[in-house]
Design a protein around this ligand. Sequence first.
Ligand SMILES: O=P(O)(O)O[C@H]1O[C@H](CO)[C@@H](O)[C@H]1O
Ligand SMILES: Nc1nc2[nH]cnc2c(=O)[nH]1
Length: 328
Amino acid sequence: MDCVITFRTRRDYRLYRSFIRSASKNLFVSGSSYELIKGIADFLLSRTDLRPKIGIICGSGLGSVATILDVKKEFSYSEIPHFPRSTVPGHAGKLLFGYMGNVAVMCMQGRVHFYEGYDLVKCVMPVRVMKLCGVTHIIMSNAAGGVNEKYNVGDIMIVKDHVNFLGLGGLNPLRGPNDDRWGPRFVALNKAYDQWMRKKAKELASQYQQQGSRTTFHEGVYAVVGGPNFETVAELRMLRKMGIDAVGMSTATEAIAAHHCGMTVFAFSLITNKCVLEYDVEEMPNHEEVIESGLKQESLVKDWVSSLVQAVGNQWLMHTEKGCNGLD
Ligand SMILES: O=P(O)(O)O[C@H]1O[C@H](CO)[C@@H](O)[C@H]1O
Ligand SMILES: Nc1nc2[nH]cnc2c(=O)[nH]1
C-alpha cells in the first residue's frame, strides 16, 4: 500500500527530511562511531597527562589486578560520556590511569558483557577507546570454567586461540559497515594472540613453578558463549569433544576488536570452576564461587601480570628510544 505524507508548511517538510537523513546516516553506527570514540578518548586525555601504552581489562573477581597500579587518575564509568556501565558483581566499573613500575597503563576494573544487554559494538567500545588513548598492547583477563578435564580451580590458562560461538552464529563486533580507520574489512585471526607475549608469560610462569608454587599454568583454547546461564551438561560435553579447554562469556570479542585495530593482544583465563560433565553430580557453578576463586589467586595473578607489563616495557625500551613512561 502506498502512503502519502502531506506537510502543512515547507518548514515541516524540511524538518522531516533532515530527520530521515540523520536517521539513515546513523542506522548502522549504533552510537559507537569513530568520532564518538575519539571524543571519549579526548575527554579522558584532557583530564590526565599520562599517555598509556599498555591496557589491562580485569575480569570477574580479578579487579585486584588494578591495585598494583600507582593510580594517577580514576574515572567511574558513569562519569565518562557514552561509556557503557558494568552491572555485574565483581566488576567495579572504574577506569584507572597509572603506572606499573615505569610503564604507563590504562586499566579497566571490570568489563561489560553481551548478556547485560549491550550490543557487541558497545561491549568492545572500551577497547577502541584504549586504542585512541595510545594503547598498543592489551592484556585481557577473565574468569572461565575449566572444560579440559586436566584443569582445576585456580589454574591459569594463557589463551592461545578461541572459538567464538557468537561470531559463528553471526554476532560479531565487526559486523556493519567497516571503518578503515580501525582496520580492514576482513581480518585474519590466526595470529590474534601475540606469540611473543605468550612466550614471555610462560617463561615468567615457570619461575613460580620453580619456586614451588602449586598453581598450574596451561595454554589453551577459550570458547566464548553468550551467557548468562552456565552451560548444560550436553553443551559442555560438546565443547570438550571440540577441543575447547575453557569457557566464558567475554574476551574473545574484545580480542577481535583489539586485533582488528592493530593492538598486540594477550589474554588469560583464571579457571574459577571445574565444569561438571556428569548428570549425577550435585555441584553447580555459581557467580559467587567465580569471584571467590579470583580472590584466592589474587597475589600470584597480580605479581605475574605486573612482571609481564615490565617485560613488555623492557622490550619496548629495546626497540624505541622513547621508553614507555607515557610522558614522551
Ligand atoms: O569473563 P568475565 O568478565 O571474567 O566473567 C565471567 O564470569 C561471569 C560468570 O560468573 C561471566 O561474566 C563470565 O564471562
Ligand atoms: N560460560 C561460562 N562462563 C564462566 N565464567 C566462569 N565460569 C564459567 C563457566 O563455567 N561457564
